[in-house]
Design a protein around this ligand. Structure first.
Ligand code: HEM
Length: 147
């Protein structure tokens, strides 16, 4: 029985990491799409194509990934009693910030679709550092478990 539970845990963890990769890939791609989108002429067929690509990335990759990462992550946390561990509190905080960043990007895509362009290309490129730094710290927390 113990062996079966360990196997289930490992499969859940594999699923978690797979969908973490999809989620992160989407979070890296979307601001890039915004940069190209903002270089297209407002109202042009080129802009319409970018709106379509952004919507597809949000609905087909990002939304299912964030849901599965959270569900599997919470299942893993419940089964190892992570809620009482320091590294997990820090990870949870970062993951909440990353989820907020996801929400911000999704709102930004809606603004772009309405014809607004709130940030300059340079700022959008800088924004791309956010998920990279967060992911690096999260991976250290979850593997090294420094506290
Ligand atoms: C969304 C909420 C998340 C929750 C609740 C969560 C929770 C967990 C838990 C409890 C584990 C098992 C740790 C262990 O077996 O020692 C785990 C593993 C892992 N998580 Fe998450 N996680 C989340 C999101 C993320 C994100 C965003 C990343 C990376 C950017 C990530 C990367 C990993 C990695 C690499 C592992 C495997 C570590 C190992 O080798 O044991 N997780 N996660």
């Amino acid at each position: 029985m113990q062996e079966v539970l360990s196997m289930v845990y490992l499969w859940l963890k594999a699923g978690h990491v797979i969908f973490v990769i999809f989620w992160m890939a989407g979070l890296f791609m979307l601001p890039r799409f915004f940069v190209y989108h903002q270089e297209a002429e407002a109202g042009s067929p080129e802009e319409a194509r970018w709106i379509d690509r952004e919507n597809k990335l949000l609905k087909i990759i990002l939304l299912p990934s964030i849901i599965i990462v959270w569900l599997l992550g919470l299942a893993l946390a419940g089964s190892i009693g992570a809620f009482a561990q320091g590294w997990f509190h820090a990870k949870l905080l970062l993951v909440l910030l990353l989820s907020g960043y996801h929400g911000y990007l999704s709102a930004y895509a809606r603004k772009l679709a309405r014809g607004e362009r709130p940030l300059a290309g340079k700022k959008l490129r800088l924004l791309n550092e956010v998920p990279g730094v967060a992911a690096a710290i999260i991976v250290v927390l979850v593997i090294v478990k420094p506290f």
